[in-house]
Ligand binder design. Structure first.
Ligand code: UDP
Length: 357
């Protein structure tokens, strides 16, 4: 197949602003190339693809970012800025897709989904969030009634946020295992990885670290500086060890040294890339039992699922984390979330989209 991918209109690939979509896109490109498909990627200027993905053609578009939907009200209207990056990426993508089999949209926004109704080229959408906007959810509902194959979701629990989707196509996610080294470091620090923003609930993980009298190592972009400094001020100085935003290679080296990853989402996390990345390094994960992580973590085998928002319950699981065999964490990723497994699911889905069109 010849597939044209549209990246997120929030930050260039490598900036961290696009969250998990940046890694998902790279994993997908890697899997598609290894299966022999041809790939064009439309992305903001300065974007970089991961090493090994050089065979994909990268096309740059300049323009103004969209505002992320998780930081707007549920009933906010759609805003399209002057010199819109998203519109520019779509224009370029549509042009290139004239020679391709399918246009694959990885942005979570209104415009590309609306275009599905009006096009000669099949457009498939990987929906990367739960229902965060009424205008988008209503549009998905409308398009789904005409093109039920054109949407795929990362987890079943994410798709449940869209109750009108009767038979969701679930593609999971994929990780290039060579990029993650297994480490058997049972005595390491407590870790937390993610965009530092309210929906990620960092404060609960800091609470756990503070109760244990330990530091919490935190990796990720400080998307919301005010939120970050508010948390910092509510705990004893030095409880948070800010480690910054690292490339996958640097991150996995450091993360693998930790004894557990705490994952504290306050929203219906679509998947939770950082959960699988930790597991790939052999690091067990304790997460709240909500959203994607609750489908990924095997309670008692690869980590623990704590009652949502119950910090004390999370703390009690940290105290028994040495019961988890780190090898089992890595094994789960090998069996369930490699780039090949992911790309195969996506290709099967895209073939359906193409033939039903
Ligand atoms: N990440 C990274 N370096 C860091 C911290 C995070 O590359 O120092 C990446 C991580 O690999 C993951 C993404 O940030 O792919 C966060 O994705 P996730 O699905 O966990 O959450 P999202 O941001 O999409 O809500």
């Amino acid at each position: 197949m010849h597939i044209v991918l549209i990246s997120t209109p929030i930050g260039f690939l490598g900036s961290g602003k696009g969250g998990g979509v940046e890694l998902t896109l790279n994993s997908l490109v890697s899997g598609l190339l290894s299966l022999g498909h041809s790939v064009d990627v439309i992305a903001p200027g300065n974007s970089k693809l991961h090493k090994g993905n050089e065979k994909a053609k990268l096309h740059f578009v300049e323009g103004e970012d969209q505002i992320s939907w998780q930081h707007q009200n549920y009933n906010s209207p759609v805003t399209i800025p002057d010199n819109s990056l998203l519109a520019g990426m779509l224009e370029k993508g549509l042009d290139i897709a004239k020679q391709a089999d399918v246009l694959l949209n990885m942005s979570f926004d209104w415009l590309p989904i609306w275009m599905t109704l009006n096009l000669e080229i099949p457009i498939a959408h990987i929906i990367s969030m739960g229902s965060e906007s009424s205008v988008i959810s209503n549009l998905i509902s409308k398009v789904y009634s005409k093109h039920p194959y054109n949407f795929a979701f990362h987890s079943k629990i994410q798709a449940d946020d869209y109750p009108f989707i009767k038979k969701p196509i679930i593609i999971g996610n994929g990780f290039k295992l060579d990029n993650y080294t297994f480490q058997d470091s049972v005595k390491g620090s407590l870790a937390w990885v993610g965009r530092v923003a309210p929906e990620k609930g960092l404060e609960d993980a800091v609470y756990v670290a503070n109760k244990l009298g330990e530091k919490l190592k935190v990796w990720g972009v400080k998307e919301d500086e005010t939120y970050a400094s508010k948390i910092e001020k509510s705990f004893p100085k030095g409880t948070i060890d800010w480690m910054g935003f690292l490339s996958t290679n640097e991150l996995q080296k450091e993360l693998g040294k930790c004894r557990v990853l705490l994952n504290t989402p306050k929203w219906n996390e679509a998947y939770g890339n950082v959960v699988v990345e930790a597991l790939a390094c052999g690091v067990p994960v304790i997460a709240y039992k909500r959203g994607g992580p609750s489908e990924i973590i095997q309670h008692g085998q690869t980590g623990y699922l704590a009652n949502p928002d119950d910090k004390k319950n999370m703390l009690s699981y940290v105290e028994i984390i040495e019961k988890i065999e780190r090898k089992k964490c890595r094994e789960w990723v090998e069996k369930n979330a490699s780039t090949d497994i992911f790309a195969n699911k996506v290709v099967n889905w895209l073939n359906k989209v193409k033939h039903e069109y």
